[in-house]
Write a protein of this length. Structure first.
Length: 460
């Protein structure tokens, strides 16, 4: 090859690398990868890959790795832009993972086909620098027990100030966390290991405890369910998280059907937990097929029962049309603005499922946010059935809006239910691992990414 051709080849290589890594990419000084094949089926597999940047911040980074079996093919990847060339797979960081600050991670996942015996990827490199592979390391030691610096330590007892939830410094805070699934079905998912993961890996501020009243819930064993809720309040408290006690009415949708049960339940739970700083009461999950005046009437009977035992806890009231502020019934926030519940220190619930509820619902929330204290006590990234495809664009639009308005939220669900709204793949709760990226679903990875970012709670 003459000198000109050699020079041309060298230029082409540099241009090719620039195209691959992007002009802003900086070589990472170190990285670590945790990967798990979460499921396998005939000829196919799903894997989670969590990459942690241990070096300088990188923007527009590329993670590459080898698929050792020549028959392997990338089918689909998420939380990055994925491609394959020969046996090498590339994942390029895109928003919200485009920049990886030092010490932060991106939870990626993929499905692939394979023909050989072993679909485990190997030889990971971030921007060309080899990563340590957790599969080849001894297991990590337990993180230190949480002490100061937890959400409850920093914020203390909460109260409503104007349209915001405020902390002990009278400054607005946004709590971000997860909802359990129905504790009558998924109790196995709420244990020391899973709550450690929620507090330490997810950095959640909040655990919402969904206690269904019907469907095998509270009405079948009032004392047993009251005890289980109290146990979860204590487990959240031990980890510095707020606990939202959700009286999960759903079918029938008129909360007055359960009025006596609500009074009995809340009298007991509020008396027992009155001295705690971390409890928020949610008195009616999703009223439906019922007027706002009937919901308000229920609230004005239940709230005094809670206040008698625990005078200063924040209470959240469900709203008409499955807690849509009436939107799903063709109404809007004005029915509440014009006829609010007569009580102090209360908020109103707003729920959405991102694939079903879009602009008209975002418009309601945006208007209502300057008139009413709101808490998104439940939302899903998927359709209102709890299943179907995740809607990433709509979820992102919603969460950006909630961040901007400083409205707190809890995602449905921190569970391994066999439905796309669940954060963990089926079977996760039968084992003890809630931390590997491989145990997360597509929804779980997206939500964990969002809520594990620093809170920056105001303290002055
Ligand atoms: C769904 C669960 C599903 C269960 C069903 C009936 O995901 O496993 O079979 O309830 O109990 C809500 C409700 C919440 C729903 C969820 C998804 O608050 O209970 O959970 N959803 O349908 N409102 C809108 C959606």
């Amino acid at each position: 090859m003459n000198r000109f051709l050699t020079l041309l080849t060298a230029c082409a290589m540099v241009l090719g690398l620039t195209a691959l890594f992007g002009p802003q990419a900086v070589a990472a000084a170190g990285c670590r990868v945790d990967h798990t094949v979460t499921s396998r089926w005939q000829g196919g597999f799903q894997a989670g890959v969590k990459v942690t940047n241990l070096g300088e911040p990188v923007t527009g980074w590329t993670l590459e790795f080898t698929m050792p079996d020549p028959g392997q093919k990338l089918v689909q990847g998420w939380n990055a832009a994925w491609s394959q060339s020969g046996s090498t797979v590339f994942a390029v960081g895109v928003d919200p993972n485009r920049t990886l600050a030092t010490g932060t991670s991106a939870d990626l996942g993929m499905t692939g086909s394979f023909t050989g015996a072993n679909p485990e990827p190997t030889a990971f490199a971030l921007n060309g620098v080899a990563c340590t592979d957790s599969a080849e390391e001894p297991p990590p030691v337990d993180p230190p027990a949480p002490g100061t610096g937890t959400p409850v330590d920093i914020n203390g007892k909460l109260h409503v100030c104007g349209v915001h939830l405020c902390n002990q410094y009278d400054r607005p805070v946004q709590l971000r966390g997860m909802s359990t699934h129905g504790i009558q079905w998924f109790g196995k998912c709420y244990n020391s290991a899973s709550l450690d993961a929620l507090a330490e890996d997810w950095k959640a501020d909040l655990l919402r405890v969904a206690m269904y009243v019907q469907e095998g819930g509270y009405e079948t064993d009032p004392a047993g369910f009251t005890g289980r809720v109290n146990g979860l309040v204590d487990m959240a408290e031990a980890r510095g998280m707020y606990a939202m006690v959700d009286f999960h009415i759903l079918t029938p949708g008129d909360p007055n059907h359960n009025l006596d049960r609500a009074k009995t339940f809340f009298a007991s739970v509020a008396a027992r937990n009155a001295d705690k700083k971390n409890v928020i009461y949610e008195i009616a999950n999703e009223p439906n097929g019922v007027s706002w005046t009937a919901i308000k009437d229920y609230a004005e009977q239940v709230i005094p029962v809670i206040r008698a035992a625990d005078p200063d806890a924040v209470i959240v009231v469900g709203t008409r049309g499955w807690s849509s502020l009436g939107t799903s019934d063709g109404s809007d926030e004005n029915e509440v603005v014009n006829n609010p519940v007569r009580a102090d220190n209360i908020m109103y619930a707003f729920h959405f499922y991102a694939a079903s509820h879009k602009d008209p619902y975002r418009a309601t929330l945006s208007r209502a946010a300057s008139r009413l204290p709101l808490f998104v006590t439940e939302f899903g990234t998927v359709s209102a059935t709890g299943g179907g495809a995740m809607d990433r664009a709509s979820t992102t639009a919603w969460l950006d809006l909630l961040d901007q308005l400083r409205i707190g939220y809890a995602n449905w669900t921190y569970s391994d239910a066999d439905e796309s709204s669940a954060a963990f793949g089926p079977g996760t709760c039968d084992g003890g691992d809630y931390s590997s990226s491989g145990v997360l679903t597509e929804s779980g990875a997206l939500i964990k990414n969002r809520i594990s970012t620093p809170d920056s709670f105001p303290t002055g």
